[in-house]
Design a protein around this ligand. Structure first.
Ligand code: FPP
Length: 244
């Protein structure tokens, strides 16, 4: 039976962790293997990290799987990643359902293969009743693209008279974002030693804490996630106010 996430690390731990899973290519190259070998190793880490969430009190996990810029990679790598996503969904559906994980996808679906979209839709539907961990997979996602798409829909509502321009504020706009049902991330982690956010959750991470760590994603473990959650618990988040 899935447990509730509200235990152990408790109220001080991050409820929503977002991860930029970087370093798969370098991890593979260091072993003299093709980049896709690293992506496959990275996919296995996703499973370990999702399984660690309940014990760490993480209710929401959002992972950056494919960015709107990743189309610029070689055709072989892009096709290999798309095939990996199809395989991951097919292979993991049962375990995700049984472990109480609700899966959502964010990003623009228009450029994705219809077969992949169908699998994504089905996984979302089949896990829609779960509530232990909310796993959001960002696929063909870019923060600027998301804000642009949201603004387009918002403008349509204004043009149709469903929304008044003077009612557009910080509360209204996020309702149009892909993440509208999710809380903002408390902690954003990027692996592989790069200190950039690369167009990930631009609006949502305005007040997030960041951890940039050297570990390459295929080497990332549940123990490291636990260490980062502890660090987070020691930080004081002020949201622009004066500290206590
Ligand atoms: C960045 O590493 C990683 C990606 C662009 C792909 C992330 C995908 C996975 C971890 C695969 C599995 C995901 C799911 C949801 C099944 P990089 O290739 O940029 O590495 P590099 O910086 O060392 O070249």
């Amino acid at each position: 039976m899935p447990r509730d996430t509200d235990n152990g690390e408790g109220p001080q731990g991050p409820k929503h962790v977002a991860i930029i899973m970087d370093g798969n290519g370098r991890w593979a190259q260091a072993r003299g293997r093709p980049r896709l070998f690293g992506h496959h190793a990275g996919a296995r880490r996703v499973r370990e990290v999702v399984e660690a969430c309940p014990d760490l009190g993480i209710k929401y996990l959002t992972i950056f799987a494919f960015s709107t810029e990743n189309w610029k990679r070689t055709q072989v790598e892009v096709a290999g990643l798309m095939s990996l996503f199809r395989r991951y969904i097919t292979k993991e559906t049962r375990a995700l359902k049984e472990r109480g994980v609700r899966v959502r996808f964010i990003g623009d679906r228009v450029r994705l293969d219809p077969k992949l979209i169908d699998l994504m839709d089905r996984l979302e539907k089949e896990t829609a009743h779960n509530d232990l961990v909310h796993l959001t997979i960002a696929l063909n996602y870019g923060g600027r693209d998301e804000v642009a798409r949201a603004t387009r829909r918002l403008a349509e509502d204004v043009a149709a008279g469903r929304l008044k321009p003077e009612d557009v504020d910080e509360e209204t706009l996020p309702r149009y974002l892909d993440t509208c049902v999710l809380p903002d991330p408390d902690l954003v982690i990027r692996t592989s030693g790069e200190a950039r956010i690369s167009n990930f959750l631009l609006w949502q991470s305005a007040y997030s804490e960041y951890e940039f760590i050297d570990t390459l994603w295929p080497d990332f473990t549940a123990a490291e996630l636990e260490r980062l959650c502890r660090n987070y618990g020691r930080r004081e988040r002020r949201f622009g106010a004066v500290g206590s």
